[in-house]
Ligand binder design. Sequence first.
Ligand code: PDD
Length: 276
Amino acid sequence: MDQINAVYQGNFDSLDNIQVSPLSRAYTFSDSIYEVIPFFRGVAIGYNEHLARLQRSANAIDIDVDQSLVSKEVSQLIESCDYENGYVYYQVSRGVDQIRNHIYNNNIEIEYFGYVKNHGFEDQKFKVLVCDDIRWGRCDIKSTSLLANTMMMNQAHQKGCNEIIMHKFGYITEAGASNIFFIYKDKVCTPKLNNNILPGITRSMSIDIFKKNGIGVIEDDFSIDILSQASKIWLTSSTKGMAEIYDIDNLKHCISNENALFKKCKLAFNKSFFNL
Ligand code: PDD
């Protein structure tokens, strides 16, 4: 792989050269939060929104994050690379313990780590597996604790799928690494936010873009069964943009190829998200 530019504790270096202690609480407890900040033609997409969500995640787990440092390092990573389109992965952990202990020491030095990666934002299509949402009760925090997501996504992968759609008590939550939208009875719908859903930046940008283009969005609790009657279903995330689902492994569906409302949404989204 080409060299990946990274930063760890203020030192910029190639990702290969960065060494982290196995006693990092990110490693032992997933006591860490992160953001994935996309950039297109050298310009970050939703920069302020990503930094604001990192702050909310930090507040939720009581990490006193240095926002100006994060902002400086994210910008420097974007400037340091020689490609125009990509994303920055940025992670903040509580720090490195002297010895593993559930109770943390308040004087521990916060650990800041990030890298920049090229990414094409090509259109992707997804086949999904519907599964029970077995994650914890605070999925609104963007924590690196993603074991349930990886378990379910790998089960899906074994069935030839590349994403999942989760439901809790029969209600749609989100996908493994993205939020969900669908068209039902010619209306754009998305599950309303709660503690079981990550408030995606692309989700909220989509809603704003659609509304500005005269397309209403219904945010509500939706039963998983409604997806069998959806004419279009798509996922949103910082790296996927707006990505169509073409098949569901374990749910009968009526997803159609052509859909005028979806086309309108996608055109408006691409124009605004990528600032074209
Ligand atoms: N994932 N829900 C989950 C569980 C996610 O992991 C993500 C993003 C989203 C979409 O959020 P946003 O629009 O802010 O990217 C929703 C990132 C991209 C990742 O973990 O790679």
